[in-house]
Design a protein around this ligand. Structure first.
Ligand code: ACO
Length: 398
């Protein structure tokens, strides 16, 4: 548009689209969303089918390569990842340096960023083989970092990864193993966690992925870019919302207090966390799957009283004109925290549990960026609203 000028002095046309609500920053063949119909597909496969039939590592392969793997391809891919689950011992020392009460998400993103200093060859981002090696490292190491962050916050010893276990089982083992005895992972809980990982793996150009692409477009290494993406996810309007939902439910306290709370939200005193989405203007399909998975988990762990409160909140909000008019429905974060809590996680870990699987989406999008000849360094323009040229005023004249 800037080339449409009436004269050489003319600045040309520029679009002004704050927060890019109507601007596509890239072309992508990874994830499709129809926000009005509540459709989410990875590489054309509906999220409902993937959640029912696939596994997280298979989905990570699909996001990355565009097709479902054969048995041999999946084996290769999984082995390529599982061999990288260990962290360098110096990373352990680094993590020990964080305050005992450091937020695990702050620990996660700082540690991922620090990995760039351990793998200097990762900066060769134009080499597809180098990219693949570090993509596998990132997918492999993210649960180990997350588990260490958790155990650090609890003052517990670190548990090394056990590559005889599957991805979710290994993660649960690193988190919750307390003695030398074998830690028995409940298969229903392990599957529920894997489903949550599938649902969170990618979501086109959300704030974190946009950060991954924007930072990656400078051709920095993937660890530095992913630290930035994780920082974006940390915020309460993004991945931090699942933690905020639990805080909100606890604050509301009982079903009787729901109408008062809704009235406050409508007056603009805070938001109903876990509701609303930039793209979905109907029910988030992930929230529907999570709600169902919650019942499977509660059958094992016993019901969570906050579930009743959440159901009541959803019922009242979905009948209220304020929410109906603005098309505000539960999003992925509304019910995920309840499952995470039932699985034994404290709320500070919730966003980290989002970051682990989103790593698969971030690296797939990052790889796609580097394969796209149209991509340049992300560098939006601005509408300048400040002063034009004026003279410096000496201190005694101000
Ligand atoms: N509670 C109450 N009102 C809301 C909510 C909410 N959760 N979300 C939006 N609104 C209202 C806004 O106040 C605004 O009302 P107005 O038109 O009278 O001013 C209208 O709905 C539109 O809201 P925007 O902020 O313009 O919508 P946007 O697309 O920018 O925001 C967002 C999307 C950030 C997700 C928002 O809905 C929100 O803050 N939700 C709560 C936090 C949350 O759950 N985040 C997780 C999102 S999913 C994810 O990141 C994985």
């Amino acid at each position: 548009l800037r080339t449409i000028k009436v004269s050489d002095d003319d600045f040309g046309l520029m679009t002004y689209d704050p927060a890019f609500t109507n601007t596509a920053s890239c072309r992508s063949a990874i994830t499709y969303i129809d926000g009005d119909k509540g459709v989410l597909e990875y590489r054309g496969y509906p999220i409902e089918q993937l959640a029912e039939k696939s596994t997280y590592l298979e989905v990570a392969y699909l996001l990355m390569f565009g097709e479902l793997p054969t048995t041999a391809q999946l084996q290769d891919w999984e082995q390529g990842i599982l061999k990288h689950t260990l962290l360098h011992e110096n990373i352990k020392h680094l993590m020990r340096g964080f305050r005992y009460d450091a937020h695990p998400m702050g620990v996660f993103l700082s540690t991922v960023g620090a990995l760039s200093t351990f793998y200097p060859d990762a900066k060769n981002v134009s080499d597809a083989n180098v990219r693949l090696e570090h993509i596998q490292k990132l997918i492999a190491k993210s649960p180990t970092i997350a588990a260490y962050a958790y155990r650090h916050s609890k003052g517990l010893f670190y548990v090394y990864p056990d590559n005889n276990l599957n991805f979710a089982g290994n993660f649960l083992n690193m988190l919750f193993k307390m003695t030398e005895a074998k830690f028995e992972v409940n298969p229903i809980l392990e599957r529920a966690l894997d489903i949550l990982f599938i649902l969170h793996a990618d979501h086109e150009q959300n704030c974190g992925t946009n950060a991954m692409r924007a930072i990656g477009s400078s051709e920095v290494d993937p660890y530095s870019a992913l630290a930035g993406a994780a920082a974006a996810l940390y915020g309460p309007l993004h991945g931090g919302a699942n933690e905020a939902v639990l805080t909100m439910l606890r604050h509301i306290g009982s079903k009787a207090n729901v109408p008062d709370f809704i009235a406050k939200v409508k007056k603009g005193e805070g938001r109903l966390m876990g509701f609303g989405h930039r793209v979905y203007k109907s029910y988030d399909p992930r929230a529907r799957i999570i709600k169902k998975a919650a019942y499977d988990v509660f059958e094992v762990t016993g019901t969570n009283p906050l579930l009743d409160l959440a159901l009541e909140l959803e019922k009242i909000a979905l009948e209220d004109e304020y929410f109906v008019k603005r098309k505000l429905y539960p999003n992925v974060d509304f019910y995920s925290g309840l499952i995470y809590q039932a699985l034994g996680f404290s709320p500070e870990m919730f966003t980290v549990l989002f970051a682990i699987p989103r790593t698969a989406g971030w690296v797939a999008q990052w790889d796609e960026l580097h394969r796209d000849p149209d991509q340049k360094i992300a560098r939006p323009r601005q509408i300048y609203t400040g002063y034009r040229t004026r003279d410096y005023i000496p201190m005694d004249k101000r």
